[in-house]
Design a protein around this ligand. Structure first.
Ligand code: NAP
Length: 268
């Protein structure tokens, strides 16, 4: 028996358990729900806010995306009993962006809201995909400065103050703050007046996010964090298990699992 866990705070909103259960069911693997919530002692697991940086420090060995971001969201033990850490948010974000018709990160101008672990993954992904400019705007501007310095992105990224009105035209605005996690939250940024082509919210909920609905109302194509969640989950499964042996239809099964919950909603 192998165990996989999810660490985070808050974690109650997470759709990861239902998503992985659908994946394990589809593979014919018996996954025990309780075991998925426990810290993996012999299998592996995902890590979410706010433990990703600490997980990167605790891992014995980091794969390039975790090394680059300084954040680990996926871990397992290797044959030598060493804990290996990776960051599947980077690849998950890139895979989700590839699903947006008409958006290429190559040469793109990106407004990145937030400077935490998720924002670090997005910044690395955008830079590695060839973004022309990444404007990082965070409630605490010093953290945005640290993100750019730590990730050595000074040639492509700059800080914009949260009080300044964003100018120009953006190909993509990404919300990588926690704003939107609760229903009482304000919008991470108002979109009227901004000239943007696409909006991407790392936050997800079963009902979609207020910000992506707001984007839709403004005629801006928007994707919430569910697609990225599923893609980073698929990458995690490839790292934990035999990637070659994963069955076809897994992504659709996982999307269906989180999408179904999203459509029915907690009270519906
Ligand atoms: P984090 O490291 O704790 O960073 C939180 C960020 O949110 C910081 O930039 C913080 O700004 C900002 N923030 C928090 N409260 C705020 C407020 N009231 N007003 C303005 N800014 C605020 O968290 P994280 O790991 O980056 O995660 C951020 C979000 O992305 C979470 O909702 C997480 O669930 C989501 N996420 C989704 C996926 C996915 O697969 N869809 C993957 C990763 C993360 P300060 O620096 O000023 O505190």
């Amino acid at each position: 028996m192998r165990r996989f866990g999810l660490l985070g705070d808050p974690v109650a909103h997470s759709l990861s358990p239902v998503m992985y259960r659908a994946a394990f069911d589809h593979m014919g693997v018996r996954a025990v729900g309780r075991a998925m919530r426990e810290l993996a002692s012999t299998g592996g697991g995902n890590v979410t806010v706010p433990h990703k940086e600490e997980a990167a420090r605790l891992a014995d060995r980091l794969l390039p995306a975790a090394e680059r971001t300084g954040a680990c969201n996926c871990f397992w033990k290797d044959a030598n009993d060493r804990i290996v850490g990776d960051n599947t948010d980077v690849g998950g974000f890139l895979a989700a962006v590839r699903e947006i018709d008409g958006l290429s990160l190559s040469g793109a101008r990106v407004l990145l809201l937030g400077a935490g672990g998720g924002a670090r993954a997005v910044a690395v992904a955008c830079a590695e995909a060839g973004a022309a400019e990444i404007e990082v705007r965070n409630r605490t501007p010093g953290r945005a400065e640290r993100l750019i310095a730590d990730l050595e992105l000074a040639s492509v990224a700059r800080v914009s103050l949260p009080t300044a009105s964003p100018g120009g035209r953006y190909d993509l605005v990404v919300n990588a703050t926690r704003v939107g996690l609760t229903r009482r939250d304000p919008l991470p940024i108002a979109l009227p007046g901004l000239r943007i082509r696409f909006a991407f919210d790392l936050v997800y909920s079963r009902d979609g996010t207020a910000w992506t609905r707001h984007a839709g109302d403004e005629g801006i194509p928007a994707l919430d964090g569910l697609t990225m969640l599923v893609h980073q989950g698929l990458l995690s499964l490839e790292l934990w298990l035999d990637a070659e042996a994963l069955p076809v239809g897994l992504k659709e099964r996982m999307l269906g699992a989180v999408g179904a919950r999203r459509n029915t909603g907690p009270s519906g």
